[in-house]
Design a binder for this molecule. Structure first.
Ligand code: R5P
Length: 299
Protein backbone atom coordinates (compact mmCIF):
# COMPACT_ATOMS: atom_id res chain seq x y z
CA UNK A 1 0.00 0.00 0.00
CA UNK A 2 1.33 3.45 -0.96
CA UNK A 3 1.99 5.78 1.95
CA UNK A 4 2.19 9.55 1.47
CA UNK A 5 3.61 11.80 4.21
CA UNK A 6 2.17 15.32 4.08
CA UNK A 7 4.09 18.04 5.97
CA UNK A 8 1.79 20.28 8.01
CA UNK A 9 3.35 23.30 9.77
CA UNK A 10 6.36 21.00 9.82
CA UNK A 11 9.25 23.17 11.02
CA UNK A 12 11.50 20.31 12.13
CA UNK A 13 11.67 18.21 8.96
CA UNK A 14 9.57 15.44 10.52
CA UNK A 15 7.93 14.60 7.17
CA UNK A 16 11.30 14.00 5.48
CA UNK A 17 12.46 11.70 8.28
CA UNK A 18 9.18 9.74 8.26
CA UNK A 19 9.21 9.40 4.46
CA UNK A 20 12.78 8.15 4.43
CA UNK A 21 12.35 5.76 7.41
CA UNK A 22 9.10 4.30 6.05
CA UNK A 23 10.10 4.21 2.38
CA UNK A 24 7.07 6.44 1.76
CA UNK A 25 6.48 9.32 -0.65
CA UNK A 26 6.88 12.80 0.77
CA UNK A 27 3.87 14.72 -0.43
CA UNK A 28 3.43 18.42 -1.09
CA UNK A 29 0.84 20.51 0.71
CA UNK A 30 0.24 24.13 -0.22
CA UNK A 31 -1.10 25.93 2.81
CA UNK A 32 -1.44 29.68 3.20
CA UNK A 33 -3.82 32.27 4.56
CA UNK A 34 -6.18 34.30 2.40
CA UNK A 35 -6.01 38.04 3.16
CA UNK A 36 -9.06 37.62 5.41
CA UNK A 37 -7.29 35.01 7.53
CA UNK A 38 -9.11 31.94 6.25
CA UNK A 39 -6.97 29.02 5.03
CA UNK A 40 -6.20 28.12 1.42
CA UNK A 41 -4.93 24.60 0.95
CA UNK A 42 -4.10 22.25 -1.87
CA UNK A 43 -2.69 18.74 -1.74
CA UNK A 44 -0.32 18.75 -4.71
CA UNK A 45 0.54 15.03 -4.59
CA UNK A 46 -1.59 12.08 -5.77
CA UNK A 47 -3.13 10.47 -2.67
CA UNK A 48 -5.77 8.26 -4.33
CA UNK A 49 -5.90 4.86 -2.59
CA UNK A 50 -2.94 5.82 -0.38
CA UNK A 51 -2.53 5.90 3.39
CA UNK A 52 -1.81 9.56 4.18
CA UNK A 53 0.17 10.60 7.26
CA UNK A 54 -0.11 14.30 8.14
CA UNK A 55 3.15 15.20 9.91
CA UNK A 56 3.68 18.23 12.12
CA UNK A 57 3.33 19.38 15.69
CA UNK A 58 0.11 20.88 17.06
CA UNK A 59 1.62 23.51 19.33
CA UNK A 60 -0.37 26.78 19.08
CA UNK A 61 -3.29 24.51 18.17
CA UNK A 62 -6.09 27.05 18.02
CA UNK A 63 -4.73 28.42 14.75
CA UNK A 64 -4.00 24.96 13.30
CA UNK A 65 -6.93 22.70 14.13
CA UNK A 66 -9.35 23.84 11.44
CA UNK A 67 -6.66 23.67 8.76
CA UNK A 68 -5.79 20.17 9.97
CA UNK A 69 -9.42 19.14 9.59
CA UNK A 70 -9.47 20.61 6.07
CA UNK A 71 -6.28 18.75 5.08
CA UNK A 72 -7.67 15.43 6.35
CA UNK A 73 -11.04 16.00 4.68
CA UNK A 74 -9.43 17.04 1.40
CA UNK A 75 -7.22 13.94 1.41
CA UNK A 76 -10.34 11.79 1.77
CA UNK A 77 -12.13 13.73 -1.01
CA UNK A 78 -9.14 12.99 -3.24
CA UNK A 79 -9.48 9.26 -2.58
CA UNK A 80 -7.06 8.59 0.28
CA UNK A 81 -7.77 5.21 1.86
CA UNK A 82 -6.95 6.30 5.42
CA UNK A 83 -5.72 9.49 7.05
CA UNK A 84 -3.37 9.49 10.06
CA UNK A 85 -1.71 12.21 12.12
CA UNK A 86 1.88 12.20 13.41
CA UNK A 87 2.04 15.06 15.91
CA UNK A 88 4.94 15.03 18.38
CA UNK A 89 3.01 17.50 20.59
CA UNK A 90 -0.58 16.64 21.43
CA UNK A 91 -2.24 19.82 22.71
CA UNK A 92 -4.68 20.44 25.54
CA UNK A 93 -3.89 17.26 27.46
CA UNK A 94 -3.26 19.21 30.68
CA UNK A 95 -6.90 20.35 30.77
CA UNK A 96 -8.00 17.00 32.15
CA UNK A 97 -10.07 17.96 35.20
CA UNK A 98 -12.75 20.46 36.18
CA UNK A 99 -11.45 22.48 39.14
CA UNK A 100 -14.27 25.05 39.02
CA UNK A 101 -17.84 24.53 37.92
CA UNK A 102 -18.25 25.12 34.21
CA UNK A 103 -14.64 24.58 33.18
CA UNK A 104 -14.04 22.69 29.94
CA UNK A 105 -12.51 19.21 29.93
CA UNK A 106 -10.59 20.29 26.85
CA UNK A 107 -8.40 17.16 26.75
CA UNK A 108 -11.49 15.01 26.27
CA UNK A 109 -13.07 17.29 23.68
CA UNK A 110 -9.91 17.70 21.58
CA UNK A 111 -9.39 13.91 21.57
CA UNK A 112 -13.01 13.41 20.51
CA UNK A 113 -12.68 15.97 17.74
CA UNK A 114 -9.50 14.39 16.33
CA UNK A 115 -11.17 10.96 16.53
CA UNK A 116 -13.97 12.15 14.22
CA UNK A 117 -11.78 12.86 11.19
CA UNK A 118 -8.64 10.71 11.59
CA UNK A 119 -8.10 6.95 11.40
CA UNK A 120 -5.28 6.94 13.94
CA UNK A 121 -2.51 9.04 15.41
CA UNK A 122 0.97 8.95 16.86
CA UNK A 123 2.27 11.41 19.39
CA UNK A 124 5.21 11.73 21.78
CA UNK A 125 5.05 11.76 25.58
CA UNK A 126 1.51 13.15 25.83
CA UNK A 127 0.73 14.71 29.21
CA UNK A 128 -1.15 11.85 30.86
CA UNK A 129 -2.02 12.55 34.46
CA UNK A 130 -5.66 12.22 35.49
CA UNK A 131 -6.33 10.60 32.10
CA UNK A 132 -4.28 7.41 32.37
CA UNK A 133 -4.17 6.25 28.74
CA UNK A 134 -4.78 7.79 25.32
CA UNK A 135 -7.32 5.03 24.70
CA UNK A 136 -9.44 6.48 27.51
CA UNK A 137 -10.18 9.57 25.40
CA UNK A 138 -9.53 8.55 21.78
CA UNK A 139 -11.87 6.26 19.89
CA UNK A 140 -9.22 5.66 17.18
CA UNK A 141 -5.87 3.89 17.59
CA UNK A 142 -3.56 6.39 19.33
CA UNK A 143 0.08 5.49 20.02
CA UNK A 144 2.55 7.33 22.22
CA UNK A 145 6.26 7.29 21.38
CA UNK A 146 8.72 8.25 24.11
CA UNK A 147 11.62 10.68 24.18
CA UNK A 148 13.07 8.85 27.19
CA UNK A 149 15.86 6.99 25.40
CA UNK A 150 16.92 10.02 23.36
CA UNK A 151 17.02 12.18 26.52
CA UNK A 152 18.96 9.53 28.44
CA UNK A 153 21.48 9.28 25.58
CA UNK A 154 21.88 13.07 25.56
CA UNK A 155 22.48 13.09 29.33
CA UNK A 156 25.07 10.31 29.07
CA UNK A 157 26.94 12.20 26.35
CA UNK A 158 26.79 15.68 27.86
CA UNK A 159 26.55 15.62 31.64
CA UNK A 160 29.18 14.06 33.90
CA UNK A 161 27.87 12.43 37.12
CA UNK A 162 24.25 13.43 36.55
CA UNK A 163 21.26 13.13 38.83
CA UNK A 164 17.92 13.34 36.99
CA UNK A 165 15.37 15.55 38.76
CA UNK A 166 11.62 15.66 38.18
CA UNK A 167 9.98 18.92 39.28
CA UNK A 168 6.79 17.27 40.55
CA UNK A 169 5.33 13.88 41.45
CA UNK A 170 3.71 13.55 38.02
CA UNK A 171 7.17 13.50 36.46
CA UNK A 172 8.36 10.46 38.42
CA UNK A 173 7.02 8.15 35.68
CA UNK A 174 9.51 9.46 33.11
CA UNK A 175 12.47 10.62 35.24
CA UNK A 176 12.76 7.20 36.89
CA UNK A 177 12.90 5.56 33.44
CA UNK A 178 15.38 8.09 32.04
CA UNK A 179 17.62 7.70 35.10
CA UNK A 180 17.50 3.95 34.77
CA UNK A 181 18.55 4.10 31.08
CA UNK A 182 21.24 6.70 31.86
CA UNK A 183 22.40 4.56 34.82
CA UNK A 184 22.25 7.40 37.34
CA UNK A 185 20.13 8.32 40.39
CA UNK A 186 16.97 10.41 40.28
CA UNK A 187 14.95 12.56 42.67
CA UNK A 188 11.51 14.12 42.51
CA UNK A 189 10.64 17.56 43.91
CA UNK A 190 7.31 18.74 45.25
CA UNK A 191 5.31 21.35 43.31
CA UNK A 192 2.28 23.43 44.18
CA UNK A 193 0.72 25.43 41.35
CA UNK A 194 -1.57 28.29 42.41
CA UNK A 195 -2.01 29.94 39.01
CA UNK A 196 -0.58 30.11 35.50
CA UNK A 197 2.57 31.81 36.76
CA UNK A 198 2.42 31.08 40.50
CA UNK A 199 4.42 27.95 41.23
CA UNK A 200 6.14 26.78 44.44
CA UNK A 201 8.76 24.05 44.46
CA UNK A 202 10.09 22.27 47.56
CA UNK A 203 12.82 19.69 47.95
CA UNK A 204 11.18 17.24 50.31
CA UNK A 205 11.73 13.59 49.77
CA UNK A 206 15.51 13.41 49.61
CA UNK A 207 18.54 15.63 49.33
CA UNK A 208 20.22 15.94 45.98
CA UNK A 209 23.89 14.90 46.14
CA UNK A 210 25.79 18.22 45.66
CA UNK A 211 28.64 16.32 43.99
CA UNK A 212 26.36 15.42 41.08
CA UNK A 213 25.07 17.68 38.31
CA UNK A 214 21.28 18.03 38.40
CA UNK A 215 19.38 17.52 35.14
CA UNK A 216 15.82 18.77 35.50
CA UNK A 217 13.52 16.94 33.08
CA UNK A 218 9.91 17.91 32.40
CA UNK A 219 7.47 16.99 29.65
CA UNK A 220 6.31 20.55 28.92
CA UNK A 221 7.97 23.93 29.39
CA UNK A 222 5.33 26.61 28.91
CA UNK A 223 5.68 29.67 31.17
CA UNK A 224 8.90 28.01 32.48
CA UNK A 225 7.82 28.92 36.03
CA UNK A 226 8.13 25.25 37.05
CA UNK A 227 11.71 25.05 35.80
CA UNK A 228 12.63 28.53 37.08
CA UNK A 229 11.43 27.72 40.60
CA UNK A 230 13.05 24.27 40.50
CA UNK A 231 16.39 25.80 39.46
CA UNK A 232 16.06 28.27 42.35
CA UNK A 233 15.22 25.56 44.91
CA UNK A 234 18.12 23.37 43.78
CA UNK A 235 20.64 26.22 43.81
CA UNK A 236 19.42 27.30 47.28
CA UNK A 237 20.05 23.76 48.51
CA UNK A 238 23.66 23.96 47.33
CA UNK A 239 23.68 22.01 44.06
CA UNK A 240 25.61 22.83 40.91
CA UNK A 241 23.79 24.81 38.20
CA UNK A 242 21.14 22.47 36.81
CA UNK A 243 20.70 21.52 33.17
CA UNK A 244 17.07 21.91 32.07
CA UNK A 245 15.66 19.41 29.58
CA UNK A 246 12.13 19.63 28.18
CA UNK A 247 10.27 17.41 25.73
CA UNK A 248 7.82 20.04 24.45
CA UNK A 249 9.29 23.53 24.11
CA UNK A 250 6.12 25.63 24.20
CA UNK A 251 7.85 28.68 25.77
CA UNK A 252 5.28 31.47 25.90
CA UNK A 253 6.54 35.08 25.89
CA UNK A 254 10.13 35.37 27.19
CA UNK A 255 9.97 32.12 29.17
CA UNK A 256 13.17 30.84 27.56
CA UNK A 257 15.05 34.00 28.57
CA UNK A 258 13.57 33.79 32.09
CA UNK A 259 14.94 30.27 32.47
CA UNK A 260 18.41 31.16 31.23
CA UNK A 261 18.48 34.14 33.61
CA UNK A 262 17.36 31.91 36.50
CA UNK A 263 20.75 30.20 36.40
CA UNK A 264 20.27 27.07 34.30
CA UNK A 265 23.59 25.65 33.08
CA UNK A 266 21.86 25.06 29.73
CA UNK A 267 18.32 24.66 28.38
CA UNK A 268 17.93 21.79 25.92
CA UNK A 269 14.70 20.52 24.38
CA UNK A 270 13.53 17.81 22.03
CA UNK A 271 12.55 18.82 18.50
CA UNK A 272 8.94 17.82 19.21
CA UNK A 273 8.16 21.55 18.90
CA UNK A 274 10.53 23.72 16.86
CA UNK A 275 12.52 26.07 19.14
CA UNK A 276 15.99 27.56 19.35
CA UNK A 277 16.71 25.27 22.33
CA UNK A 278 16.13 22.04 20.32
CA UNK A 279 19.08 19.69 20.80
CA UNK A 280 17.56 16.20 21.07
CA UNK A 281 16.20 14.52 17.95
CA UNK A 282 12.98 12.58 18.55
CA UNK A 283 12.01 12.09 14.90
CA UNK A 284 13.42 8.52 14.75
CA UNK A 285 11.17 7.55 17.71
CA UNK A 286 8.19 9.04 15.87
CA UNK A 287 9.09 7.04 12.74
CA UNK A 288 9.18 3.76 14.69
CA UNK A 289 5.77 4.48 16.23
CA UNK A 290 4.22 5.50 12.89
CA UNK A 291 5.50 2.25 11.35
CA UNK A 292 3.87 0.35 14.23
CA UNK A 293 0.57 2.21 13.75
CA UNK A 294 0.51 1.49 10.00
CA UNK A 295 1.44 -2.17 10.56
CA UNK A 296 -1.57 -2.51 12.85
CA UNK A 297 -3.79 -1.60 9.91
CA UNK A 298 -2.19 -4.20 7.59
CA UNK A 299 -2.93 -7.15 9.84
C1 R5P B 1 2.57 19.98 34.48
O1 R5P B 1 1.91 19.16 35.03
C2 R5P B 1 3.60 19.69 33.44
O2 R5P B 1 4.21 18.44 33.60
C3 R5P B 1 4.65 20.78 33.42
O3 R5P B 1 5.33 20.76 34.66
C4 R5P B 1 4.02 22.12 33.23
O4 R5P B 1 3.17 22.10 32.12
C5 R5P B 1 5.06 23.20 33.04
O5 R5P B 1 4.42 24.41 32.84
P1 R5P B 1 5.13 25.79 33.09
O6 R5P B 1 6.36 25.84 32.23
O7 R5P B 1 4.11 26.81 32.68
O8 R5P B 1 5.44 25.88 34.56
Amino acid sequence: MAVVILPFHDETGLADVLASALGAARGELELRSFPDGESYLRIATEVRAADVVIAGSLDRPDSKMLALYLVASTARDLGARRVFLATPYLPYMRQDARFRHGESLSAVHVARLLSTFLDGLVTLDPHLHRIARLDDVFSIPALAASAGEAIAAWIRQNVPDPVVIGPDVESEQWVSRIASIAACPFAVLSKTRRGDREVEIRIERQDVDPARTPVLVDDIISTARTMVMAVGALRASGTKAPFCVGVHALFGGDAHGDLLRAGAAAVVTCNAVAHISNGIDIRPEMAIAVARLLAGFQS
